[in-house]
Each structure stands twice: as C-alpha cells, then as structure tokens.
Design a protein around this ligand. Structure first.
Ligand code: GLN
Length: 483
C-alpha cells in the first residue's frame, strides 16, 4: 500500500479499494517503524491524521470526490499549523504552537488532505544538507551515510523512503529541487507569487516559495493544484487564474525548444552527472524536442549575490525572535540587553547566527551600497539573461546539482563549499522563475536530478515535460533498498 503514488491513491479511494483511514494507519505504522533510521519527522500528528482521514472517508461516502480527498501528506515544519508545534527546525521555536494555519495548510486541509506530521528541515531553511536542524540531521534513504539535501531534507527523505506519497516543501535557493535530486524525487518550485507565503515562516521573503515534493510529475501536479492560488493575506501573491495542471500533462513535446546553457557544463560539474544530463536530452529529443545552446553570462555572479541578499533579508526577518515577541527566552535575564543576547545566542544555531551577522553587515550604513545594492543589480542581470534566453527557447535544461549527495559531515567545516553546490538552483529564485527537478539516473548508487526551468507561470509546461519524460523512463520508479 505504501508504494502507491498520489494518483494511484486517488483512484483506489474512488474505487473503494481501501479507505483513507486504512491507508493512514498503514503509513503511520510505517513511519513509527522506519523513521528512526532517517529522522525525517519532527512531529507526528496521529490524532489529527485519523480525524482528517475519517472526515475524508465520510465526504467520499457523501459523493464528494477530488484527487486530494483522503490523501496522506506531511508539511515541512515551517508551515504554521494551528495548535501544533511549528519549529522551523530551531530550538528558538521548539515550544511554538502556531495560533493559525498557513494558507497552504488550510487549502490542502479543505481539499481533504490528511496531515501525518511535520517534517525535519535545516534551521530556518538555511542549508543544503539538513544538518543544521536542532532536531538532528536527516539521513538519505539511498545511503544512510549521506545527506538527503536541504533545507527540505525531511520531506524528501520521507517521500523517497515511501513513508508517504508526497509532502510540502519550500525553496529559497534550491530547497525543493536539490533534495529532490539527492533522493530521486520530482520537486517543483513555482513562480514567485504562485503559492501563498502567508503562515510560512520567512527566511528570505523575496526568494521563498512553497511547492510540492513527490515521486512523479503527475503527483506534483495534484499537490500544486491544492497549494496554488491568490491569497489576499500575502501581498506578493499574484492574482492569476490557476490552470488545471493535470490536464496539460499529456501535451506532445513535438517541436518543444529546449535551451541548454553553455555555462552549465563547466569544470565544477561531475562528468558522470554531465553524461546523465546528455542522456536525458537524447530522451527528450526522441519525444520531439529540439535542442539549442543558450547562454546565461551572469550565472557566475549568482552565488555571491544570493549569499548577500538572502542573509540580508534573513537578518531582518529573524529580528522578531528576541525572546519577547517570539521565540525562546533565556533564564533569569539581568536586563533587556542580556535578555536579547542570551535568548538569541541560545535559540539560534551557528549557521543561522552566521547568516544574521553577514546580513546585518551587508545592510549596515557604509556597506549597503557596496554589497546589498550591488547584489540587487546582479539579480536584475540574472533575470535579464533568462528573459533573453526565453526569447529563443521554451524551457531551459541542465543539472540540478554539480555533485551527488555528499557524506554526512563532509562540508560542515566549510560553509562556502556547501554554498557553491547551489550554483544551478539559486538563479531561478533570484529571477522568480519556476523550476523542477526530476530523476535522471544514478552515480555510485546515489540519485541524480535534471533541472527544467520555464518562463513565469509555466509550471504546467514543466510538469508536462517531466511527465512525458517519466512515461518513457523508469528512474523515478526506483526504490531505495530497505524501504
Ligand atoms: N542552500 C540554500 C541556502 O542555504 C537554499 C536554502 C533554501 O532554499 N531554503 O540558503
């Protein structure tokens, strides 16, 4: 039962092969049995799940239908869930029970999805390995000595290990696509503004975007359908109609123009990944796509620009965690300054503290123009590169990551080494574009992802290309041994 995709679950529930309650019990038992190896959950919500499953079964018995009605999912632990701990992977919020549901959580609950729990993540979504969580590192089900990617590593490891079919995640610089690549999943970062950020604890507000992590493009379409849409509570949410993502999955790829940026195949890319990317290109050519070389000349500046802008926004967003308004409060403060210093010093881990310091520095008088303003200018150049490329091609294809999942601890002493691994993903966040990662093969038994990028609001196109690819390949069906 745990092998089913969301689409298969929807069919099974509609045909009354099993109930949502039965499925929920099977998956909860599986999580209890197997998650100790992975650490992919911070909180399990068994009671809520069984309640929601029974309610979904009752709605189906009353004639209601819907792809998410009775479908078990989990939320990355930065989506606020009413009355349930929302920790953001931090000691700072270890005892925080949100007073309301995030829009994404409320929308999915209304569609009948069943919440099994809250998944582990890098602290405040800062990281690429899920090692900065206060609740401990998450392990990659493909090899328990390797990282699952981050910051949505808990959602990715849980879905990859078949503990549940799909989960929500967020992507500020790659945190949906990179863990998808590292665990053999399909993950989609939507256009900035497509999915409401209301109730999503902010890391870098101009880059953060929620999206689905699942095994197939078909399932990502189902989950995105439930997440996307205008929300007047989020001032950057965009009031555009949401297309039917499942309806366009079967569009032919005949004549599709795929751009491959020449900058992608530089020295930093593992040659074995380069070969798998070439194979995926050949596969898409067989389906009728036409390949064209394009150029993204400012790509080399994207990492430095991102690692100024994201910490700058984080330093501002995280100022609210001061032990007074929000967050952990130290014992017996001597005065207000002592309260701030110790509450923040105890509540935040080292990576979060590092980024707050970098961000505050970049925003300070005298450095603002040299760092923050400069980074914003680079951001515009990165966007312009994409706009020029999309005049010539329909989508852009390349690797999701330069290397497969590294060993736990391998990059802990060198944060910059980890930052450099974001080279292929962060440009889409800087430009606000949608991006998808899908399974493309294996290197040393570890999964490799191919990334597709599209113009604004073309999520349907990305899902369509990925679905057609998945109809003709079987990488995405491979299951990690032991799960
Ligand atoms: N690895 C990137 C960072 O640490 C991206 C994280 C994310 O997308 N949340 O900032």
């Amino acid at each position: 039962m745990h092998q089913m995709t969301l689409a298969e679950i929807a069919r099974g529930l509609a045909d009354k092969k099993f109930s949502s309650e039965e499925l929920t019990k099977v998956l909860l038992a599986r999580i209890t049995q197997l998650d100790p190896q992975l650490n992919s959950f911070i909180s399990l919500t068994e009671e809520l799940a069984l309640e929601q499953a029974k309610a979904a079964d009752a709605r189906r018995a009353n004639g209601e239908s819907g792809a998410l009605l009775g479908a078990p999912i989990a939320h990355k632990d930065l989506f606020c869930t009413q009355g349930i701990r929302t920790s953001c992977g931090s000691k700072m919020l270890d005892n925080f029970k949100a007073p309301y549901d995030a829009t994404v959580v409320a929308k999915l609950a209304a569609a009948g999805a069943v919440t099994l729990g809250k998944t582990n993540m890098d602290e405040f979504a800062m990281g690429s390995a899920n090692e900065s969580s206060w609740y401990g590192a998450v392990k990659n089900p493909w090899n328990l000595e390797h990282v699952p990617g981050g910051s949505s590593g808990g959602s990715a490891a849980a879905v990859a290990a078949r503990l549940l079919p799909a989960a929500t995640a967020t992507d500020t610089g790659g945190s949906i696509r990179q863990p998808a690549a590292f665990t053999n999943l399909t993950g989609l970062k939507p256009t900035y503004g497509r999915v409401s950020r209301w109730g999503m604890i902010a890391y870098a507000s101009s880059l953060d975007q929620g999206g689905p992590l699942a095994r197939t493009a078909e399932d990502c379409a189902i989950l995105l359908q439930g997440m996307a849409g205008f929300d007047q509570n989020d001032s950057t949410s965009i009031d555009e109609p949401v297309p039917d993502y499942s309806a366009s999955l079967n569009t032919s790829l005949q004549g599709l123009r795929i751009g491959v940026p020449k900058e992608y195949f530089s020295a930093g890319l593992d040659p074995r990944i380069a070969e798998l990317i070439q194979n995926s290109i050949k596969e898409l050519q067989k389906l009728g796509a036409v390949i064209k070389e394009v150029s993204l000349p400012n790509m080399q500046h994207a990492i430095p620009a991102y690692y100024v802008i994201a910490p700058a926004e984080a330093s501002s967003n995280l100022s609210r965690f001061d032990g007074v308004r929000f967050g952990h409060r130290c014992e017996n403060p001597e005065n207000l300054i002592d309260l701030y210093k110790r509450s923040r010093g105890e509540g935040f881990g080292p990576e979060v503290q590092r980024r707050i310091m970098v961000g505050a520095y970049a925003l300070s008088a005298g450095y603002y123009d040299a760092y923050y303003l400069k980074a914003q200018k680079i951001r515009r150049l990165v966007k312009n590169d994409f706009m020029a490329a999309f005049n010539e091609v329909d989508i852009i294809l390349g690797p999701t990551t330069p290397n497969p999942a590294w060993k736990l601890g391998a990059k802990n002493s060198d944060p910059v080494a980890a930052y450099l691994e974001d080279v292929y993903t962060i440009t889409a966040n800087l430009a606000g574009l949608p991006g998808l990662s899908m399974p493309a093969g294996f290197v040393d038994g570890l999964p490799v992802g191919v990334q597709l990028l599209a113009p604004y609001f073309q999520e349907g196109r990305l899902l369509n290309v990925a679905h057609q690819y998945q109809l003709n390949t079987d990488w995405h069906t491979r299951t990690p041994t032991g799960f």
